[in-house]
Design a protein around this ligand. Structure first.
Ligand code: COD
Ligand code: ATP
Length: 234
């Protein structure tokens, strides 16, 4: 079992690289998608966010107003930390569950696309770790072009994350996405050979930690189901 870590900065190109993995039948668990589920109307995360930020944070349809919450937390490190702590248990259990489901389906190479892989200490059970790097100006230009957000909001979002140079220094593999999509694709083909080839001893040891975590999350899922089943019967 190999859980490849894919990270980088906001708008550095992780989703673009994820698509390339998927086109080679390597499944990707996207932490942003899991985080969105964790905030869906009626979920545990949704209830905690309302308790913390008030009903003003909701849209008329009852869903969280994500741009509004984003503007608040990306401009205020304390509120961001608070939101991170609030949602972390839902996001990490959601990610483990997605990995476990793919493992049960028979996949043995899985990519975890997690923007905050290092910040959330999820790097511990992914190997090898790929960082998609771009220079800061290209990053902000692509972010503003994609999201149509204000430059201030864009820069707040970039500054809310560990710098891309720091992430680069922690990577096993760096993809430099400053160039064209063709350049990216060319680098990706080499990365694909590297990450699907034999593991080094160090990578092998790290991949065993990943398996232990999956087994732990599967067994805790079974225990929770058994408890729910018993409490329904009594
Ligand atoms: C604040 C929220 C509601 C803003 O939603 P919005 O739709 O505007 O942005 P989206 O979720 O698509 O995130 C876009 C990018 O922002 C960056 N980002 C998201 N959350 C954070 C955070 N807490 N700290 C730093 N960067 C973040 C990531 O690079 C992500 O890819 C949302 O980002 C959120 O719920 N964040 C907290 C959950 C989290 O930590 N998500 C990251 C998964 S590891
Ligand atoms: N090499 C490239 N050349 C031109 N545009 C690119 C390139 N790579 C990515 N992009 C564009 O840059 C934007 C950001 O890329 P992408 O969405 O893949 O980043 P991301 O790291 O997944 O972002 P986020 O953290 O916000 O989810 C997208 O609009 C994408 O189409």
């Amino acid at each position: 079992m190999r859980i490849i870590g894919l990270t980088g900065g906001i708008a550095s190109g992780k989703s673009t690289v994820s698509k390339l993995f998927k086109s080679h039948d390597i499944p990707v668990v996207d932490a942003d998608v899991v985080a969105r589920e964790a905030l869906k109307k009626g979920s545990g995360g949704w209830k905690k966010v309302i308790a913390a930020f008030g009903e003003e944070i909701l849209l008329d349809n009852g869903e969280v107003n994500r741009p509004k919450l984003g503007q608040i937390v990306f401009a205020d490190p304390d509120k961001r930390q608070f939101l991170n702590r609030l949602l972390a248990p839902y996001i990490s259990s959601g990610i483990f569950w997605e990995v476990a489901k793919l493992w049960l389906k028979g996949y043995r190479v899985i990519v975890l696309d997690v923007p905050l892989l290092f910040e959330a200490k999820m790097d511990k059970f992914t190997t090898p770790i790929i960082v998609v790097w771009v220079d800061p100006e290209t990053q902000i230009q692509r972010l503003l072009a994609r999201d149509g957000s204000s430059e201030e909001d864009g820069r707040n979002r970039v500054n809310a994350q560990m710098s891309l140079d720091d992430k680069k220094s922690k990577a096993d593999i760096v993809i430099d996405n400053t160039g064209s999509l063709d350049d990216l694709n060319e680098q990706f083909q080499k990365v694909l050979v590297r990450v699907t080839g034999p593991l080094t001893w160090f990578e092998f040891w790290r991949s065993r930690q990943g398996v232990s975590i999956i087994l732990a999350s599967l067994s805790s899922g079974v225990v929770l189901c058994a408890k729910a089943f018993n409490s329904n019967r009594s």
